[in-house]
Design a protein around this ligand. Sequence first.
Ligand SMILES: Cc1cc2nc3c(=O)[nH]c(=O)nc-3n(C[C@H](O)[C@H](O)[C@H](O)COP(=O)(O)OP(=O)(O)OC[C@H]3O[C@@H](n4cnc5c(N)ncnc54)[C@H](O)[C@@H]3O)c2cc1C
Length: 594
Amino acid sequence: MPDRHGRGGELEYLQEVQGAMRTGEIGLAQEGRVATKWWGWGEEGKAYHLPDPERFWGYIHARLGPTEAGSRLDSLERVRLRPPRLTAAVVSKLSRIVGEGGVSTESPDRAVRSLGKGYKDLVRIRQGQVPNPTDVVVWPRDEEQVTAVVELAAREGIGVIPFGGGTSVVGGVEPAGEGLALTLDLGEMTGVMGIDRQSATARVAAGIVGPDLERQLNAAGFTLGHFPQSFEYSTVGGWIATRSAGQKSTLYGKIEERVQGLRLAYPDGLLTTPATPAAAAGPDLVQLIVGSEGALGIITEATLRLAPLPPYQDYKGYLFHDFAEGVAAARELVQSGLKPAVLRLSDELETAPSLALRPARHGLAAVVEGVGLWYLSRRGLRLDSASIMILGFEGTESAVKHQWAEARTVLRRHGGQSLGRGPGRAWERSRYDAPYLRDLLLDHGIMVDTLETATTWDRYLSLYAAVRDAVADALGEGSAVMAHLSHSYSDGGSIYYTFLAPQERGGEVEQWERVKAAATEAIVRQGGALSHHHGIGSDHRAWMEPYLGPSGVRWLATLKSALDPGGIMNPGKLIPELSTDASPPAAGTEDAHA
Ligand SMILES: Cc1cc2nc3c(=O)[nH]c(=O)nc-3n(C[C@H](O)[C@H](O)[C@H](O)COP(=O)(O)OP(=O)(O)OC[C@H]3O[C@@H](n4cnc5c(N)ncnc54)[C@H](O)[C@@H]3O)c2cc1C
């Protein structure tokens, strides 16, 4: 019987992943919440183990030069916060809504919910800097309590920050400025309320995290097919609020394609969208809410479109002479109508370090690898200067085999050489590992972060190079910038950059801000998406106007001020404020982008 790698044995891959989660092999959250590292990623005690430390650090130091250990407080208790500013009367009103156990003004609870999990967040919390702590955390248990909390906050003029898994990397959960702040943690709203097998949909509460959701869907024979790298800890509500993308989005689509209906608690009440497969009833309210980042209200539940659990999966590695040839192949694959689950192409600079993470081969394995390298070099391919693609299909065995037959023709046309199933298996094993490795690099005083965009195929390579060069210039000597394509569409693809450099001691945040600004300006200048899937939050907000144009920003700001006149919903995120003297352009004139 064939297995998911095409080697034998029918296998429900996702259930196997869950098995690994349960045994702790890949360290995922269990039902409910587990203690996670306040200074990094994942459960306390779980760390990244380098397969070959000598090879890895050799590569890092050759690229970055010497580094010194990063600083980190030894305890969350040592993070000093501004005292909470809500009156006792307001706290007691909150307790009456959610119960006493559902409200906290304790420093540790407030500190870990006042920052996300981006590089800037981790650097600051490791140093005990939480500049804008929330005043109170509340954990509602149902929609009625969410609505009551929002109503109370609106009356009292308190900013409400929805908090799902807190994995935002764009400042999405950090309170803004001086206003009073209430963090509404959806961690108690985690149910799957029903699965409609006929329509292949599920109604789920917004606070459920990826593994808990998949476990319940898989038991009914379904998957959502949404696996962001933050899958272990991020929530359905967070995914929808940020328009997130999973690693298999080329097949299953970004989250916006999987949302059929929503319920949203906002200062004036509760909105429920109709549950239909499609409609022609004016602009789509679901799509207005998807990506609203808590600035319009709180998503309490969603009806999601499901897919059958794939019985068969086959992932392989291919090597191309260079990134440009791989991009041409990726474009042709998707434009020919193929639907890979994974289509991920690393540029030359990312292909090389992926080798630095491999364990060194010994004995027979070393001989086999040597023969493989010789074979590739005869075709002009060198692992340290080529571009690696992970391509995988899943579904029924016959559909997967049929797609592979067509894909092989395209890949050959672009000089792609098969590396077999090994790289596919390695990618699958390690696909949630990067944030654990980030912790290790931070411990060694290395700045490591990622940023992303998307653009059309005609501009793909020029934008890719412009942003890469802007980041490299901002980092200076002794740094590394690499990229990959991981989400492909018929008209274009995403670009995801990773950059590393020794931290500038004492100026870590300023160093990061310099790089971020250079990259974002280059993205906007080149006409790329301001974000493909991380969202806007506070980090990208200043670029919304150059990106959308004054009219686009005015539309969003007008919508916000009508639905949230007190400006209490996640203040300071996503939507720039309209300046009071901004008058609409005269009829017949156009703003920058109109
Ligand atoms: C290591 C790492 C890897 C990541 N990989 C990916 C990836 O592969 N793909 C991807 O798309 N993103 C990725 N991200 C970014 C992040 O995980 C996503 O943005 C994710 O969707 C956030 O989900 P969350 O539940 O953690 O939301 P949070 O971080 O809690 O919130 C994100 C934003 O949504 C708002 N929000 C949260 N819940 C609700 C709700 N119920 N109603 C209204 N607003 C709400 C918050 O206020 C905030 O503005 C990654 C982040 C990290 C740290």
